[in-house]
Write a protein that binds this ligand. Sequence first.
Ligand SMILES: Cc1ncc(COP(=O)(O)O)c(C=O)c1O
Length: 382
Amino acid sequence: MIVPESPPLRIQGLRTPAALVDLRRLEANATRMARKASRLGVALRPHVKTHKCVEIGLIQSGGSPGPITVSTLAEARGFAHAGFRDITYAVPLPLPFLPDAAELGRRIRLNLLLDDEATLGSLEAFAEAQRMRFRAFLKVDCGYHRAGVDPQSDGALALARRLQASPGVEFLGILTHAGQSYACRSPEGARAVAEQERAVMDLFARQLRESGVRVESVSVGSTPTCCAAEGWAGVTEIRPGNYVFFDAFQAAIGSCEAEDALAFSVLATVIGHYPGRNELLLNAGALALSKDPGPVHVDPDCGFGGLYTAEGLPLPHLRLSSLSQEHGLIRGLAPIDYASLPVGSCLRVVPTHSCLAAACFDRYWVLVDGAVSEEWRRIGGW
Ligand SMILES: Cc1ncc(COP(=O)(O)O)c(C=O)c1O
């Protein structure tokens, strides 16, 4: 929706806390990753869970609907409604969602992931009863130890064989997410994890092919590894998500430059001055920023996000030291210049984890040259 005010609405006119998206930075982030994917010879299937916003998904796919990854069926339905026709639902399927997945799977290419036999059995029974086929990846654990089969276990090969032979499933290939990259401290560390992610998947794909299993897609991706990777031999597609916004965590581990890549921030209002303890208070707490502890392995005193003036200039002498539900307490690392941040004025927080902070809002205010140009809605629910 285009914001009707003329001249453009100033951000100081927004009700806070408000979710802001810097359009030029977001476009630059999207273009950079799309070019890198193309240079390294892999398809880009962005994970839209970061923003859950159709307008941003369109920018990531170059203007018209392309392949995407989602984390909820609500996202899948919302993006399908907007014309996206090739969607990977990258969470192991909760069985009660089978009818919903089947309904959507009849309309678009909905790619599911599986990592256990019991789910496959239920899927096959459902598919037979409904006279249909699901599309599915085998989810692989490349070292994150959250979900996925251990590729070197006997069970992994057996499950891949079952998937390949299943009448109820079209087997697409193998998929992993190197979430362990978030423990890195530098691009060099993330590059080593990217290489681990690539090598584990390439080896497993070869082993499957040698045992007669056809593997078309080899899908990998996290923002730290996709930003750091220098080659993806054996991989067919990458699925980074956070890269379109980035955040204080990604800046701290070197996935991006804080100066020109941080595209998401939360506008908040100063609601209290406490000179006796050199602190001030914001009306943005955990329900506007999330309570992700951030990159404490890089800086134990990182606080809950980077602080900037309303115009976007850094305030490095301030630390967002604690959050309660609707309050954010800022501590001064040097005597706070209260005159420059009067009660009622606004400042911006770049949160530690933009995917979680963005989920606190139902819309984004889109900034171009510091003025609000559009309002974009998010898809909520599950
Ligand atoms: C399965 C899967 N793929 C891709 C991603 C995207 O990774 P990132 O958020 O680092 O961009 C995630 C994020 O959690 C994920 O769970």
